[in-house]
Design a protein around this ligand. Structure first.
Ligand SMILES: Cc1cc2nc3c(=O)[nH]c(=O)nc-3n(C[C@H](O)[C@H](O)[C@H](O)COP(=O)(O)OP(=O)(O)OC[C@H]3O[C@@H](n4cnc5c(N)ncnc54)[C@H](O)[C@@H]3O)c2cc1C
Ligand code: FES
Length: 260
């Protein structure tokens, strides 16, 4: 079943959950019926809200679109609270309300050496990015993670591009991880660096990009309610100190053009 209605120009649809879970997990790949999307830009996101959620969870939750094919759209979700824990326990064929694709995407210039810096669930948008890139031989994935590697789709991505992963076992590992991120970035001074991950991770990337004048784009995470620029719940400051909505002006910003 697929219902459709319009909310301004954003299409809000109801789609079925196509998967099943073997057992409860805090890291899940959520596959939904394709809501009729013919195209999207990797880096864009969607808002999800299970139809049966009651009034105690009135708002949808934002998630990067991980990959899309003709039948389905996939998200990688880490359970951190009420909404994610319910999404990770959906039963087959349960209905999810979805609106998207929302926001902008990462640049994907052909033939440009491009470093993909992913922190934790920030790996999600890079799966589709790698699959759709015009010249994947120019891509290098650097993945920093805390949970075990098999909670993420790293290996399937590493089959397609040059890739390296580093695990943070404790905060003692951070200086070395930061040094490795900065060294990797230095190799892309004439190319492009794309980053998605937790805010401290993005701050490290932004500081080094500005210091070394490296072209970089950062995908920001903010708490969101509407996802379409209306509620002002996700505002941050741009490079000139003006308020901008992360959902509609981002979530991807040039490193020099946003305050995080
Ligand atoms: C553009 C975008 C893309 C995202 N992509 C992914 C993704 O691919 N996979 C994924 O697992 N998560 C992603 N997130 C984060 C995800 O939206 C939050 O983890 C989720 O909304 C939390 O909902 P909850 O009801 O489980 O948590 P709540 O019960 O609402 O809150 C639990 C905790 O999570 C924090 N939190 C709530 N919303 C956010 C948020 N938007 N960002 C960071 N922390 C939050 C709260 O401050 C609180 O500490 C993305 C966020 C944005 C803005
Ligand atoms: S989430 Fe409503 S304005 Fe961004």
């Amino acid at each position: 079943m697929m219902l459709e209605r319009n909310c301004r120009e954003v299409k809000v649809r109801e789609v079925r959950f196509l998967g099943t879970w073997d057992e409860p997990s805090d890291f899940v790949e959520l596959t939904l019926e394709n809501p009729g999307w013919e195209a999207y830009l990797p880096g864009q996101f969607a808002m999800l809200r299970a139809k049966h959620w009651g009034l105690e969870l009135p708002w949808g939750r934002p998630f990067s679109i991980s990959r899309v094919d003709a039948e389905s759209v996939t998200f990688l979700i880490q359970v951190v609270g009420r909404g994610t824990s319910r999404l990770a326990r959906l039963r087959q064929d349960e209905v999810v309300i979805i609106w998207g694709p929302l926001g902008n995407g990462f640049s994907a210039p052909a033939g440009t050496p491009t470093l993909l810096l992913a922190g934790g669930m920030g790996i999600a948008p890079f799966r589709g990015y790698i699959e759709s890139h015009p010249s994947p031989e120019f891509l290098h994935l650097f993945f920093a993670h805390r949970a075990a590697l098999d909670f993420y789709p790293y290996l399937v991505m590493a089959e397609k591009v040059r890739a390296e992963a580093v695990q943070e076992h404790s905060t003692d590992d951070l200086p070395e991880i930061i040094a490795r991120i900065e060294t990797a970035m230095d190799g892309y001074a004439g190319g492009l660096v794309l980053a998605c991950g937790p805010t401290p991770f993005l701050r490290t990337v932004q500081a080094h990009a500005l210091k070394k004048n490296i072209r970089a784009e950062l995908s920001l995470e903010k708490t969101m309610a509407c996802g379409v620029g209306a509620c002002l719940g996700c505002v941050c400051k741009d490079g000139q100190g003006r308020n901008v909505q992360v959902c509609s002006r981002g979530p991807v910003f040039p490193a020099a053009d946003v305050q995080i």
